[in-house]
Design a protein around this ligand. Structure first.
Ligand code: SF4
Length: 144
C-alpha cells in the first residue's frame, strides 16, 4: 500500500488511509491520569446504541478513576484489558475501538505505572504526583 495507490480516495482499492494522532508526554505526566481523561471523553461521547460501548466505556472510566485516586487493586489492570477486548471490533461505529485501543495500549506499554498506583496509593492521591517525583521505569528500553 502506498499513498499513490490510495490517492483517488480509495475508490479503486476499496480502502482508505484513515487518520491518526500522537501526544508527547514527558516523565512528569501520569499515563493513568491521562488515560482516565481519554476514557471520560469516550464515555461521555458514547451514544449508547450498543451495550459494549455504552457499558464498557463507563466501566473503564470507573476503574481508571479508582486506580488514579489510590483505590485500585492489581486485578483491576487485567480487568481493564478484559473490558477493552470485549468492546474492540464489535460495536456499530469506531468509537468503541477508539475507546478500547488506548486502554489496551497504555497497559501494554506502561503497566509499571499502573502497578505503581496500586502499590503507592498515598503518593498518587496528589493529582500532581509525578510532577514532584517523576516516574522512573525499571524496564530496559527496547532498541529497534
Ligand atoms: S460504538 Fe458508536 S454506535 Fe455504539 S454506542 Fe458507541 S458511539 Fe454509539
Amino acid at each position: 500500500m502506498s499513498y499513490e495507490s490510495l490517492a483517488d480516495g480509495g475508490f479503486a482499492t476499496g480502502t482508505m488511509l484513515g487518520s491518526g494522532g500522537f501526544i508527547v508526554f514527558d516523565e512528569r505526566a501520569c499515563i493513568v491520569r491521562n488515560l482516565w481523561n481519554f476514557t471520560r471523553f469516550y464515555h461521555h461521547e458514547s451514544c449508547g446504541q450498543c451495550s459494549p460501548c455504552r457499558e464498557g466505556t463507563g466501566w473503564m472510566e470507573k476503574v481508571l478513576h479508582r486506580i488514579e485516586h489510590g483505590h485500585g487493586h492489581l486485578e483491576d489492570i487485567d480487568l481493564l484489558v478484559d473490558v477493552a477486548k470485549k468492546i474492540e471490533g464489535i460495536t456499530i461505529c469506531p468509537l468503541g475501538d477508539a475507546a478500547a485501543w488506548p486502554v489496551a495500549s497504555a497497559i501494554r506499554h506502561f503497566r509499571e505505572e499502573f502497578e505503581y498506583h496500586v502499590k503507592y496509593p498515598e503518593k498518587v492521591k496528589d493529582p500532581k504526583h509525578f510532577h514532584h517525583e517523576p516516574f522512573v521505569s525499571e524496564k530496559k528500553p527496547v532498541l529497534a
